[in-house]
Every structure is written in structure tokens, then in C-alpha cells.
Design a protein around this ligand. Structure first.
Ligand SMILES: [Zn+2]
Length: 284
């Protein structure tokens, strides 16, 4: 869409002729002078218009078509267009990378079963993480939720992801096996290349990577998987990520590789659902 100023075709040399096109046919300006008005956006006198007198009372009147200068008008318009494109892109990403377990699709903080102080504390940390992220500053940057099957770690991660999504943050959720099989397919004629997948995953405001370290035990190619995980962890640098694992701080480094683990620890708080001692690790 063109701006109003562009479609009117300002005739700077002949303001009278241009004015006649713009104001009522019944009023005939007898004199017109080009005039600059203050812009409603930047407040500078950059809005083009006219000062004119007509035959009715001979008084000077002012006329302008728009209330913003073309810089502010175009700037605002392109910001709106940009934000719309970004929203569409985020929606596409979320449609593609929202692979939560159907069993957990209703998981929230309210229906998280707390049986002991460890779970109570974990719930507190994760909901605090959500509150800080929604306000715009994740504290800490990442969480690593560790616990056995049934400890509720994926439930908490899902609850957090759903809350972020509801609050309008671009949120993705996938299990390690999804990520690894996506990368595999990128080598086997898949639509996206590995770099594209990483680029996608980098874009999320928040990403949950569920069941970290689970693939390495199944595969012969553990160093290949470790490298893929390292790439993902690097791609998520500066962005909030929630990792969950049913391994512990001794077995996880072996499963995902020491390098990936040492990167993972940066700006990451451990939420330990194994421990009976519920003080936190890393960022204490
Ligand atoms: Zn302006």
C-alpha cells in the first residue's frame, strides 16, 4: 500500500492546482503557499501541506492530508508489516516443533502432583522461571530438570512451555529423539538441512528439549549424537532452554559427551528431582 502523500502526487510548483484537487469543489482557493506542519510522530515540521486563502472570507487556512511525515508514516507501516511477518513465522515454527507427549497435553502447574518437599521446590523454581521469562528476563537462562520416570520432570517442563506459549512467547517442545531423527532425515533427502533445523530452533524464545541423553544409550553412533547436541546447545546460547533428563549429573556427561555437558551447564540451574536434599546446583 502506498502512503497517502505518495498517491496525492504533491505538486510543489503549483500548490493551488494540487489544493483544488484536495479540498471541496465549492471552495475556490485564491492564493496558496506551500507549508510545513509539525509531524504527530517525530514533532518536526516535516509534514507537507498548504496555507491558503479562499474567496469566502479571505482568511489564511491550513490544509494537510496526513498528520505524519513520510518518514514516520513509512517507519510505522514497515514496523507493523515486520511484526505481522514475524508472528506468522513464529506460528509456523510452533506448529512444526510442538511435539509434546499426548499424555501431557493438559499438564500444568495446577495439576502437578506434589508429594514431597523436593517436588514442591522444583515446582517453585520452574514457576519462578516462567514468571521471570514472561516479564522479559529469564532468570536463570536455562533449566536442567533431572529426575527418574514418574518424578514429574516432563510434566513441569510441559507446564512451563504451555504457560510461555499462552503468554505469547514463541515456544517449542521436542524430545531428544525428535531432534535427532529430524537431523537424520536432513541427511536422507529431508526438506530441511541440518543448518536450517538449527536456525529454526535458535529462533524460539523458549525451547524444551525433553529426555536429554536418552538416544545415546540406544545408538552406536554416540559421538555423532553428542556433536548434534553440542550444536543445539550452542545454537541456544543466549536463549532460554529447558532440558530434562532421567540421567543424573554423573551419567548425563557420559551420555551426551563432556563437551556438550560443560556448555549445557553455562547459565543453567539444575532442578534435581532425584535429590532428597533440595538445595539447587550450579547457580546456587
Ligand atoms: Zn515525523
Amino acid at each position: 500500500m502506498k502512503s497517502a502523500t505518495a498517491t496525492i502526487n504533491l505538486d510543489l510548483l503549483d500548490p493551488l492546482r494540487t489544493l483544488e484537487k484536495c479540498i471541496s469543489k465549492d471552495i475556490l482557493p485564491i492564493e496558496a503557499v506551500f507549508h510545513y506542519f509539525n509531524c504527530n510522530g517525530c514533532r518536526q515540521d516535516k509534514v507537507q501541506g498548504w496555507k491558503y486563502r479562499d474567496e469566502i472570507d479571505g482568511q489564511w487556512k491550513f490544509f494537510t492530508i496526513v498528520n505524519r511525515c513520510s518518514d514516520c508514516f513509512n517507519g510505522r507501516q514497515s514496523k507493523e508489516v515486520f511484526s505481522e511477518i514475524q508472528q506468522q513465522r513464529n506460528q509456523r515454527l510452533m506448529d512444526q516443533y510442538w511435539l509434546i507427549d499426548p499424555m501431557l497435553k493438559e499438564a500444568g502447574f495446577k495439576n502437578y502432583q506434589v508429594h514431597n518437599p523436593v517436588q514442591e521446590n522444583a515446582k517453585k523454581i520452574v514457576s519462578q522461571f516462567v514468571r521471570s521469562g514472561v516479564k522479559g528476563k529469564f532468570e536463570p537462562e536455562n533449566l536442567l530438570i533431572i529426575g527418574s520416570f514418574g518424578s514429574g520432570k516432563s510434566h513441569l517442563a510441559t507446564a512451563a512451555a504451555r504457560s510461555f506459549k499462552e503468554k505469547g512467547l514463541c515456544t517449542g517442545f521436542l524430545m531428544e529423539e525428535h531432534y535427532i531423527s529430524l537431523i537424520h532425515s536432513s541427511y536422507n533427502g529431508g526438506r530441511k538441512k541440518e543448518a536450517d533445523i538449527l536456525q529454526d530452533l535458535k529462533r524460539f524464545d523458549v525451547l524444551v528439549m525433553d529426555e536429554l541423553g536418552s538416544e545415546n544409550y540406544k545408538m552406536e553412533e554416540s559421538s555423532w549424537v553428542s556433536t548434534r547436541l553440542l550444536h543445539l546447545i550452542n545454537a541456544r546460547k543466549g536463549k532460554a532452554t529447558i532440558y530434562t533428563t532421567n540421567l543424573n549429573t554423573e551419567t548425563l556427561p557420559k551420555a551426551i559427551g563432556e563437551r556438550a555437558y560443560s556448555r549445557l551447564k553455562v547459565n543453567t540451574k539444575i532442578v534435581d528431582l532425584y535429590s532428597t536434599d533440595y538445595r539447587d546446583n550450579f547457580l546456587q
